[in-house]
Design a protein around this ligand. Structure first.
Ligand SMILES: [Ca+2]
Length: 139
């Protein structure tokens, strides 16, 4: 048996493989490949996310649908006229909320300050976003 995700909005987020006994389809989360642009020192504006992260995120997408096909891999020529040799099912994936840690708007900040800065002078603000929705029951 060979399992394949043939359609559905979860194709970018999930994979399916066939277990060693050729009996079961194993659905896994795809590895997250976030691609970041280059960052010149002192120029935060150059930091751009080139491809959106494909990891699961309850706050942006709460469910996926996968159309999964299971197909015979070794067809007996005597029964070729008896097809089809595959079946299709729909897998609904519901994403559950978790309480996530804050997320800074930049992985680092570069700040230059004069050495004679007065004590107590504000010279930089940083910002961390709470990724959880406001009405999150987990809080
Ligand atoms: Ca959350």
């Amino acid at each position: 048996m060979k399992y394949t995700i043939i359609d559905g909005d979860g194709r970018d987020s999930f994979d399916i493989s066939t277990d060693p006994t050729n009996q079961f389809g194993i659905i896994t989360i795809k590895k997250w490949w976030g691609v970041f642009g280059f960052l010149r020192m002192g120029d935060i504006s150059d930091l751009t996310v080139l491809s959106p992260p494909q990891r699961l995120d309850f706050e942006s997408k709460r469910s996926y649908t996968l159309k999964v096909e299971g197909a015979n891999t070794h067809l007996d020529p005597r029964f070729l006229s008896r097809g089809p040799f595959s079946d299709v099912t729909i897998v609904h994936v519901s994403v559950e909320d978790v309480d996530e840690p804050p997320d800074f708007d930049s992985p680092f900040y570069f700040v230059e300050v004069p050495e004679d800065l007065e004590i107590g002078t504000v010279f930089k603000t940083v910002f961390a976003r709470d990724p959880d929705v406001a009405n999150n029951s987990i809080r």
